[in-house]
Design a protein around this ligand. Sequence first.
Ligand SMILES: NC(=O)c1ccc[n+]([C@@H]2O[C@H](COP(=O)([O-])OP(=O)(O)OC[C@H]3O[C@@H](n4cnc5c(N)ncnc54)[C@H](OP(=O)(O)O)[C@@H]3O)[C@@H](O)[C@H]2O)c1
Length: 324
Amino acid sequence: MRAYRLEADGKMSRGRLVQMSPDALSAGDTLIRTQYAGVNYKDALAGQGKAPIATSLPINGGIEAVGHVVESTSDLLEPGQAVIAHGMGLGVARDGGLAGYVRGDAEWIVPVPKGLSQLEAATVGVAGFSAAMAVDRLESLGVEPDRGPVAVTGATGGVGVQAVAMLARLGYEVVAVSSKSDAGEELRALGASEVIAPPEASNRMIEPPRWSGAIDTVGGDLLAWLLRSAAPEAAIASIGNAGGNRVPTSVMPFILRGVTLTGIVGNAPPPLRRRIWDRIGTDLRPPRVSSIARVIDPEEIHDTMGEMISGRTRGRSIVAFCGG
Ligand SMILES: NC(=O)c1ccc[n+]([C@@H]2O[C@H](COP(=O)([O-])OP(=O)(O)OC[C@H]3O[C@@H](n4cnc5c(N)ncnc54)[C@H](OP(=O)(O)O)[C@@H]3O)[C@@H](O)[C@H]2O)c1
């Protein structure tokens, strides 16, 4: 099979496409023949040597995969079942999904929800799963459609497009924030009411209230801006760091407006994972999900990762492995 393998490169890792036998995969009670695997920002950081993501090397990269169960020693899954595996060390501490086959444990491998094709499930992937978790969290913090606009940053990214689509589907007024000047049409088609460019950096501690909620994939100055322009009792879900890890903010949004900043960890424990995938198959199912997928060959993985690091990709890049 082909595998996008991460190897040590100084303190970092670097990926390349190799041939290897499925017999050499890390242990797991279930063997999956990978049909599709999404490329995620975290995979790109690992493959391009931008951050020390992998804790064990060499391993196959890729934090997710969708495919068929080939064999399982657990009675939770059956051979032939279509499943999605993500997180739980895939592509970080054990062989990941960017390969013709992947092993995992049935306890956290989830059946593809009814009505979703394998390509659609891969298109949702970790990005859509995390977006769904963020929507679910905002709901639990009282952000309801009638409370005012919800902002989504990094809106053309894999997480962003799906957050926009899911929120719009639930009836929220969505303001998409994108650095791409030509992104308006595609984001409106997904349900955004308004598409705006990120503001200039500012030292202000508080600004006129605007958002009842927000899903932030960028971090840095953009998260600081979301916080200082959040409405009273707003909730902001921090998912990502595509624009930076440090957040230049103050306590003012918290002590003047009661704003909640909440973190999203996509590597959810099995019960939450199953509940969120159930929602993705039903009320959070992103409309037009196939329109955000770009299907690529394994040969294109490394270059796609480079484009991702520089913020040039849109939607989801899905590698077609079909077991090979
Ligand atoms: N917490 C979790 O469990 C979890 C799960 C999935 C993803 N993530 C994180 O969420 C973030 C987004 O993931 P993704 O899959 O949506 O990534 P992606 O497809 O690469 O999208 C990232 C988007 O962020 C925007 N962006 C703004 N400033 C950027 C910069 N300096 N460099 C690169 N992009 C920039 C761009 O959108 P615009 O051009 O539209 O502004 C870009 O398309 C990443 O940090 C990822 O690691 C976290």
